[in-house]
Design a protein around this ligand. Structure first.
Ligand code: DP6
Length: 330
């Protein structure tokens, strides 16, 4: 069987996914919308062969140790679907820090599923690939597609109506920018998987959050189609703050922010008051992503780099969905 390599970009949510209604199939409590980030790439090569006795997974030069993101289980799922018995060797590399709330598992599972499905001989439609990817890690089902992407909540118990789709492709709004600021590279204290489960169980405001999602999805979906930056970015910032309010009021509290996070939040608000169009969004980690348009990118990026806690920034525009490439990692 042939070796197959795929690349996938990370994606950052504008309406966040936080909570599952089915933990095995990874079905979300709410729909979400993201931008696929051009240039935040994971490359993954997969080979199934009789010569391998077990699945081996190497991520950024280190052998992957089993954790809650069950990569081995995901490979088993793909083998079962394809009806093959061989084991896989997987080598994967990302060009940005992993496990710091930078959506590395999104690009990782999207690249892995795309490569492994082809290597296993499966012929899947993009929708089927998104459903399969979702079962590895929820947000990853959005990285199968490019541009701005919506992941439907769905209501069927088997999850066949919970998949992602492009709202518009990457060339529709090429002036949209997401600047990721890195303030900390280490692993986060609580993983998103554990954190969101704890929130669903213990946060007194969770039902209130769910009630606001339909409106957030509508504003952002419409704002993207209208290329209305303020409409999209304002709703995204508010949605992010609501998610962090849930995290903070979970028992025990999940607080991802560090002083540098707050410094960026307050700077962005101040710059906005001065007339610079910028908003922020933050995932399950301390790093802040700043939303702006191409016309302000240089100025905002310069100001972010001058902030004390910021070690690095990554500027992204809307990027491509996952795809197979010819160059293998082994
Ligand atoms: C805060 O997709 O990593 O980034 O489905 O358990 O693998 P699992 O969780 P994951 O959670 C992402 C959470 C988020 C919001 C988002 O990307 O929508």
């Amino acid at each position: 069987m042939a070796k197959v390599t795929a690349i996938a970009n990370a994606n950052i949510a504008l309406v966040k996914y936080w909570g599952k209604r089915d933990k095995t199939l990874i079905l979300p409590q709410n729909g979400s919308i993201s931008m696929t980030c051009d240039g935040m790439i994971t490359t993954t090569t997969v080979e199934f062969s009789d010569k391998y006795k077990e699945h081996t997974v190497i991520i950024n030069d280190e052998e992957f140790q089993k954790d809650e993101k069950d990569i081995h289980g995901h490979l088993d799922r793909i083998c079962q679907l394809a009806g093959i018995k061989q084991k896989a060797r997987v080598v994967s590399e990302s060009n940005f820090p992993v496990a710091a709330g930078l959506a590395s598992s999104a690009s990782g599972f999207a690249a892995l599923t795309t490569a492994a499905a082809v290597a296993a001989g499966l012929k899947l439609s993009p929708k089927e690939l998104s459903i399969l990817t979702r079962q590895g890690s929820g947000s990853a089902c959005r990285s199968i597609f490019g541009g701005f992407v919506e992941w439907y909540q769905g209501e069927m118990p088997d999850g066949l109506d919970s998949y992602a789709e492009s709202i518009v492709d990457k060339d529709y709004w090429p002036d949209f920018r997401m600047i990721t600021t890195i303030v900390q590279k280490g692993k986060k204290p609580v993983t998103s998987r554990a954190g969101m489960a704890q929130t669903v169980e213990t946060c007194p405001y969770y039902k209130g959050w769910l009630k606001t999602i339909t409106d957030d999805l509508k504003s952002i979906r419409e704002g993207i189609k209208e290329k209305n930056f303020e409409k999209v970015a304002q709703a995204a910032e508010h949605n992010c703050l609501k998610m962090h309010a849930l995290m903070i009021t979970t028992k025990p509290a999940i607080i991802y922010w560090i002083p540098a996070t707050m410094e960026i939040i307050q700077s962005v608000i101040r710059w906005r008051e001065e007339g610079l169009e910028c908003y922020f969004t933050i995932d399950a980690g301390p790093n802040v992503k700043v939303l702006c348009l191409k016309k302000d990118e240089k100025e905002i990026n310069k100001r972010l780099q001058n902030l004390e806690g910021v070690t690095e920034t990554i500027v992204c525009r809307p990027g491509d969905g996952a795809k197979v490439i010819d160059k293998h990692l082994f």
